[in-house]
Design a protein around this ligand. Sequence first.
Ligand SMILES: NC(=O)c1ccc[n+]([C@@H]2O[C@H](COP(=O)([O-])OP(=O)(O)OC[C@H]3O[C@@H](n4cnc5c(N)ncnc54)[C@H](O)[C@@H]3O)[C@@H](O)[C@H]2O)c1
Length: 319
Amino acid sequence: VAYTIVVAAGTFGDVAVEQEAAGPRARVTLADLATPQDVAVGTAGADAVVVTNNPLSADHLRAFAATVRVIGRAGVGLDAIDLETAAAQRLAVYHLPDYATHEVATHAVALILASHRRLLEGDRVARTRWHDWRAIGEIAPIEEQTVGLIGCGRIGRAVARRLEPLAGRILVFDPYAEEIPAPAERAGTLEELLAQSDVVSLHLPWVPGDLPLLGRRELELLKPGAIVINVSRGGLIDQDALAELLAAGTVGGAGLDVLVEEPPPTGTPILSAPRTLLSPHVGWYSVAAEPRARRQVVEGVLTLLEGGRPPFGRIAVER
Ligand SMILES: NC(=O)c1ccc[n+]([C@@H]2O[C@H](COP(=O)([O-])OP(=O)(O)OC[C@H]3O[C@@H](n4cnc5c(N)ncnc54)[C@H](O)[C@@H]3O)[C@@H](O)[C@H]2O)c1
């Protein structure tokens, strides 16, 4: 066996898929990499480390064994990895920007439709007081409504395509996108999008240190009763302000696959906010996307260790 790949314990319970993908080229082991101390022990003798959302701060990265050359991220977002320190430590960072685009886009649309059709409230009423259906609240026809998408990259575009036959109008704010695919229309400013949308869905990256894109001021610019959807990163929204505005009824509903802290500590205000539908950061998941990520990250990491260029994925930090 030429190499040792250490997979950080967390999202996936074992390394069966990773070991099968590596075959005889590498030995794959599972290790707890929660603290820098864990990292020092867990990475001893490893050539590469594979993570999901495991935080790799500067302290974690400085604790890496000197033998490690590559970090593989079995997923899209790089917000949990201190990329500057990785570069300074001569660690390549490799990730998979498009392994689950369809899954995440479908999940966003599921949250949009469930929030819009008030399925949470409907479920509750159906179980307890069927005839009191008006307690669910008012539902506007979505074909007369505007859905605002912030971010028009891979996932934002896939959401726009799925919404085409459903929404009255699709507005998109992305100052870096050269083209907004019709029939979606470009919003000139974030403020314009917030003021005109009945549903706002976030499809852009976030890294620690970024201010929330939707702070209290931006949330207060929303139309009364607007719905907020986030399948990107918790830090994009001032979560406590959102919880307050939901409680006050100013914001009409929220569908959140991602939170500021995951899992959320007991007592986190958003957990008791009304009309709020949560999922445990599973937008990426399908029975196809999971093995796809686990296999591709191992194949990519091995190709890099062998001096090649992986045919899929992206090298975010070169060594
Ligand atoms: N919930 C999940 O399981 C899951 C899975 C995969 C990805 N994600 C998240 O989804 C995010 C988007 O993924 P993607 O593949 O579409 O990325 P992408 O890079 O293809 O697209 C991001 C888009 O955001 C735009 N953007 C950047 N800053 C902006 C700003 N301030 N305002 C408006 N637009 C801005 C960019 O121009 C780009 O078009 C990822 O960064 C990740 O955090 C979540």
